[in-house]
Design a protein around this ligand. Structure first.
Ligand SMILES: N=C(N)NCCCC(=O)O
Ligand SMILES: [Zn+2]
Ligand SMILES: [Zn+2]
Length: 329
């Protein structure tokens, strides 16, 4: 089958859905070209099929391809941000990293190394997980590329600043404690959003605060509303290089059942998208969308939510890059 693509501004975009039905052909993210089909890419989407760090339901190793398959309906113009992300920037799907499922240390090294390679040309990386363990090597690479510790907004039901599980330091419940210990986060500007659910003890919150994290709980989103929260987050971040990590379990299980450690009382997909849109103009240097576990999904609900979150993140990055004039075209 010959690929007929939308081409705008010299950038090769998605397969044209008016000429080739959306459900036909290979499932790259948003039917975008593969990295090897373009000369360069400003924004690269990469999958990390890895879930060796999970503490409960497995299956996030299948998440990236599920998000890709659930992204076939994405259209090229984003009215919410008034942007055409795939025309403003060359966006391409870099495929998956091949990481060791039996050796978590080696897997983390591979992810860091591959993330550095993919960003060597100045591209911004958007990573589809995988479980939340992968945020640690991705943050290492982001801080290295930024040349400084990075600010972080962490959307998640969980803190993920716990210390160890069964004596293991590198798990999906511990990446952000490790990141603080390694000095790769700018602890003046790190915040969890959407936190909720039972903890092991009050100490979890005390430790988290000591590390420098702010917390906007799921209940805060309900009581204060999106606008007030966006204003506070923007003040906290300022113009620092910002990494955004989205654990899809930040959404209520009613919106995103396909995940490994679901917690009741989450935010809606509308609230999450609106908060993200409120971050327009910030200096986003990398992002991940993790913890999609398709075996627990129904009718691609979680996949569609994750693919739209990815789309809005790409829109923000594309806007910022084209405004800063750092794109190739
Ligand atoms: N990162 C995610 N999704 N979950 C962490 C849960 C850790 C626990 O089992 O307590
Ligand atoms: Zn979580
Ligand atoms: Zn998490």
């Amino acid at each position: 089958m010959k690929e007929i693509r939308i081409e705008e501004n010299g950038n090769l975009g998605p397969i044209n859905a008016a000429q080739i039905p959306r459900y036909a052909g290979f499932g790259t993210y948003a039917r975008l070209p593969r990295l090897d089909q373009v000369q360069q890419a400003d924004i690269k989407i990469v999958g990390v099929p890895f879930d060796t760090g999970v503490s409960y339901r497995p299956g996030a190793r299948f998440g990236a391809n599920h998000v890709r398959e659930s992204s076939r309906l994405i259209r090229p113009y984003n009215p919410a941000t008034d942007s055409s992300p795939f025309a403003q920037s060359q966006v391409a799907d870099a495929g998956d990293m091949a990481v060791n499922p039996f050796n978590i240390h080696e897997a983390i090294e591979t992810i860091e190394h591959e993330a550095l390679e993919l960003t060597a040309d100045g591209a911004t990386l958007v990573t589809l997980g995988g479980d939340h363990t992968i945020a640690l090597p991705l943050l290492r690479a982001a801080a290295r590329r930024a040349g400084a510790p990075v600010a972080m907004l962490h959307f998640d039901a969980h803190l993920d600043t716990w210390d160890t599980y069964f004596g293991a330091e590198y798990t999906h419940g511990t990446p952000f404690r490790r990141a603080v210990e390694e000095g790769i986060l700018d602890t003046e500007a790190i915040c969890h959003v959407g936190t909720r659910g039972p903890l092991y003890g009050k100490k979890d919150l005390e430790d988290d605060k000591r590390f420098g994290f702010g917390i906007v709980t799921s209940s805060d989103v309900y009581y204060q509303g999106v606008r007030e929260i966006v204003d506070k987050l923007r003040v906290r971040i300022g113009n620092r290089p910002l990494y955004i990590s989205v654990d899809i379990d930040v959404l209520d299980p009613a919106h995103a059942p396909g995940t490994g450690t679901p917690e009741a009382g989450g935010i809606t997909s509308r609230e999450l998208l609106e908060i993200l849109r409120g971050l327009r103009g910030l200096n986003i240097v990398g992002a991940d969308i993790v913890e999609v576990s398709p075996a627990y999904d129904h009718a691609e609900m979680t996949g569609v939510a994750a693919s739209h979150v990815t789309y809005d993140l790409i829109s923000l990055i594309s806007d910022f890059r084209s405004r800063e004039g750092v794109n190739a075209r």
